[in-house]
Design a binder for this molecule. Structure first.
Ligand SMILES: [Fe+2]
Length: 340
């Protein structure tokens, strides 16, 4: 039972049939606890919500200025945080179910049930919407914290190895641009960004002298440098990322023809994310300054991927990378690929 001292719930009925509206008004007055408001069109609903607001909307789906399930989309755009209960005249379960799938909290069939049932339905809809919004906000907060943590890991490595400062961030920007050009979803791109931001994490285990030494390394030292791919993967293996981040890190130096390391994987044994990372990594590395040589420039970087497309690099990724650099130039290494 509702608290008798709770303030009335401000409800907006959007319904063009006066008989139906009158009936709901009567039934709700009987049940009590509502401030009942009524408009007849979508345009009037917008004006009402802009001026007065409401805690829930009871929505008829055939209005003079809006018809069918599209009405729900329009209402959600008007008031994204508002619980919506569809008020359908068709004694048709399917419309109700479709409405809920479309983002409504519940539905009522006209002429079915008394005031208490309508009241209960509205109260549950408000409750459900509140939980939905809270769940969404907490998921977004978690995602943000995860990305901030990954960025902190990325910076930790780059503080120790200042010669490659910014490398992982720039690789992430380019990789995401390539993935986006290839039509990947935002979720997959978030994973790609995560893997890219820490793809060299295993270098934490490589003496910094090996990383910054000009000139050629001995075979033994080079072996240690190459171990960073497997070491980085081992470090993150225990983290339950919603993406194959460990595999991205382990495979970012693999090449399609098996000439890469650590495993010498070939072709489709290399996951798609790692095939993008390989290209973004090489393009960023060649086009920027390194301790053992000055920057070779973007043209040299693009020649490397063009000359070794199919053998080392996935041709589709090379194609996408060339297109991205052609349109965006070096600005692609700039800020905020995913808007965080
Ligand atoms: Fe690497």
């Amino acid at each position: 039972m509702r608290d008798p001292n709770a303030p009335p719930i401000r409800l907006l009925l959007v319904e063009d049939n006066p008989g139906d509206a009158r009936l709901v008004r009567l039934l709700l007055a009987e049940a009590g606890g509502f401030e009942f408001n009524h408009v007849e069109t979508m345009a009037a609903a917008k004006a009402w919500l802009d001026g007065n607001g409401a805690e829930a909307v009871l929505l008829d789906l055939s209005l003079p200025d809006s018809h069918g399930l599209e009405t729900i989309d329009r209402m959600r755009r008007l008031a994204p945080l508002m619980p919506i209960i569809v008020f359908t005249g068709l004694a048709d379960e399917d419309t109700g179910v479709a409405a809920v799938k479309r983002g409504c909290q519940d539905y009522l069939v006209k002429g079915v049930g008394d005031g208490h049932m309508i009241s209960r339905t509205v109260l549950y809809a408000i409750e459900r919407k509140t939980l939905e919004v809270e769940r969404q906000q907490s998921a977004e907060r978690m995602k943000k914290v995860l990305l901030q943590t990954v960025r902190a890991m990325s910076l930790t490595l780059e503080m120790r190895d200042p010669y490659t400062a910014g490398h992982q961030r720039r690789v992430a920007q380019l990789a995401v641009a390539i993935g986006r050009h290839m039509g990947w979803s935002e979720h997959t791109l978030e994973g790609l960004q995560t893997g890219a931001l820490i793809h060299d994490l295993g270098k934490i285990n490589v003496p910094s002298d090996f990383l910054s030494r000009p000139g050629k390394l001995s075979d033994a030292a080079f072996g240690v440098v190459r171990s960073h791919a497997a070491v980085g993967a081992e470090i993150v293996e225990g983290i339950d990322f919603p993406w194959p981040v460990a595999a991205m890190i382990r495979q970012h130096h693999e090449r399609l023809d098996g000439s890469g390391y650590p495993l010498g994987l070939v072709g489709s044994q290399i996951i798609p994310e790692a095939r993008i990372l390989a290209v973004a990594d090489v393009v960023e590395a060649i086009s920027s300054h390194r301790p053992y040589r000055p920057a070779l420039g973007m043209e040299a970087a693009l020649s490397e991927i063009r000359d070794h497309t199919v053998t080392r690099y996935d041709p589709e990724v090379v194609e996408a990378c060339l297109a991205v650099i052609r349109t965006e130039g070096e600005a692609v290494f700039g800020e905020a690929a995913l808007g965080h």
